[in-house]
Design a protein around this ligand. Structure first.
Ligand SMILES: Cc1cc2nc3c(=O)[nH]c(=O)nc-3n(C[C@H](O)[C@H](O)[C@H](O)COP(=O)(O)OP(=O)(O)OC[C@H]3O[C@@H](n4cnc5c(N)ncnc54)[C@H](O)[C@@H]3O)c2cc1C
Length: 324
């Protein structure tokens, strides 16, 4: 049976030679450095990927806007990076400007309303612990997710049958026109691990969540650490990965379909289907992005052939890959 799904969608902006050679380079009008040829392996949880042509990590909104303006002036394609925990980047790297949100982390808990507003670069797991310390319920499920607030919104990240959309009140984003806008969950068209933000070119700057204050911090902390323990038991956290590679096709779990085919432990180069959880692919050491890409394709083919189910990658695949 031929593989009917086109789920290995890959961006294919050609790698081009930049004309900007001056180093060190700073965002115009700021002391925020722009670095060149930064290895994506150092910025993603898979620990693979070639260099980003340019990389900047703005420290506040003004620098973020300056980054966008610079990319626009130089005609550079843009890629947004949270914690890089759901990205597979090509060994050839990424053209253009990569904007990392890691420094955009202002967080404010409003005790009167139970609303917490966090910068897009704040760790969603850290936010869960901050909420637990205050006795605020609602984020316990997020403790094992190694991403940022922005990445959680874009991916509609979730665990333990709860997802980001369930507690999201609104986001602030920069529109493709460069204006600041506020958007509600209904405008973001959330689905299972999807949102409209995966298709457009909006940049999430902050998100506001509705939590429930007033619980005993001890109790919220206990639930939070119980969730974490449960995940560490069931999932392999000891080697680089992107978490679940495939979205679960209803009604079965992707991991179950893969496991039934005896693919646990199957390896291409340094990439291996995890023994502990078949929907995880691990970088066992020295994996190339192309190994992981090929393994994703191989697993898709096997599942399609045996179960007639088309597994769709949850991981975002960026850059150029040779078709397999
Ligand atoms: C060990 C492990 C366990 C995991 N467990 C889970 C889990 O239980 N549940 C789950 O849902 N996921 C899980 N994941 C996957 C991942 O952590 C989530 O998808 C997370 O939400 C990604 O956030 P990030 O900040 O790393 O985003 P990134 O991987 O950096 O980016 C993901 C996408 O969002 C875009 N993006 C990031 N920030 C912004 C922004 N501010 N504005 C606009 N676009 C942006 C990127 O361009 C990219 O398209 C796991 C990953 C690992 C490694």
């Amino acid at each position: 049976m031929t593989l009917s799904c086109d789920s290995l969608r890959v961006t294919s902006t050609p790698i081009r030679q930049t004309t900007i050679h001056q180093t060190p380079l700073y965002l115009p009008g700021t002391d925020c450095p722009i670095r060149s040829q930064v290895p994506m392996a150092s910025l993603t949880s898979f620990r693979v990927g070639g260099p980003a042509e340019w990389y900047v990590a703005p420290r506040h909104l003004e620098e973020l806007l300056a980054s966008l303006a610079w990319a626009n002036e130089e005609g550079l394609p843009l890629t947004l990076l949270g914690a890089g925990s759901n990205l597979l980047v090509s060994d050839r790297g990424l053209p253009g400007l990569l904007i990392g949100t890691r420094h955009l982390r202002n967080t404010y808990f409003d005790p009167d309303t139970g609303l917490v507003t966090a910068g897009s670069g704040e760790s969603i797991a850290r936010l869960a612990w901050l909420a637990a310390e205050r006795g605020w319920e609602g984020l316990e499920w997020a403790v094992g997710i190694p991403g940022t607030v922005g990445g959680a919104v874009v991916m509609n990240a979730g665990a333990h049958k709860i997802c980001t959309a369930d507690i999201l009140k609104e986001i602030q984003a920069i529109s493709p026109m460069g204006t600041l806008e506020r958007l509600t969950p209904s405008e973001l068209c959330f689905g299972y691990r999807t949102s409209i933000l995966q298709r457009g070119s909006r940049l999430v700057t902050q998100a506001t969540f509705q939590l429930k204050p007033g619980a005993d911090p001890k109790k919220v902390r206990a639930t939070t650490s119980q969730h974490l323990k449960q995940r560490h038991r069931a999932q392999p956290y000891h080697l680089p990965s992107c978490g679940s590679v495939f979205r679960n096709p209803e009604p079965q779990a992707a991991g179950w379909l893969i496991e039934q085919l005896g693919l646990k432990g199957y390896q291409i180069g340094g990439a291996q289907v995890a023994e502990r959880h078949a929907n995880f692919i691990l970088n066992c050491g020295g994996a190339k992005a192309s190994d992981i890409f090929q393994l994703i394709h191989y697993v898709q083919q096997q599942v399609e052939r045996h179960w007639s189910v088309c597994l769709e990658p949850e991981v975002r695949i960026l850059g150029e890959f040779q078709s397999v």
